[in-house]
Design a protein around this ligand. Sequence first.
Ligand code: CA
Length: 228
Amino acid sequence: MKILLVEDEKKVASFIQRGLEEERYQVDVAHDGPTGASLAVSESYDAIILDIQLPGMDGLEVLRSLRGRGITTPVLMLTVRDSVEDKVTALDSGGDDYLTKPFAFAELLARLRALIRRGQQRSAEDRLEAFGISMDLRTHRVTRDGEAVELTGKEYALLELFLRHPGQVLTRTMISEQIWGYHFDSFTNVIDVYVNYLRKKLDQNGRPRLIHTVRGVGYVLRREEAEK
Ligand code: CA
């Protein structure tokens, strides 16, 4: 098991590193955000332990950039601030779990094990399906009602996001952060354009629309029987 630890406080970092190595984990350590982000992209890890307050690029920025590049490695966030907003932000940014400093090493270990287990289950999954759409995560083949749908890279990423949250309203902020890795207000147009491309391809041959606009909020993937 290989772990990336991104923590700028050297004492904390070496305490965690030593503890994990005693548990036979292989640990790479980065002491700032940009180094952590580039290691996470270039190497393959079973989990990432990511401090929120980091020099260069904070933990949330690192996380958004990874998720934006489609890196789904489970991430355990470390925070000193025990505020509800921080936890929510950490989880909304694509973190899988968080731990507030100071913590007991045994708890870190337990959380990490649970995270790796969930990550393994997730990577074993090879297909997403909803409302007649099927996406093969290995071959990237997409079908609707059995008919192949050819998508570009961004359209595929967008559809994958919808398929992972069927029936749930996705805000433009969520979409831009998940697909493009950052959020700009001027980006909402781009999202609308891509959603329209995706709709055109999915709704061929008079099939009912599945991606619906939720005015002022975003989009949702669902079947609406009344709307044909
Ligand atoms: Ca820190």
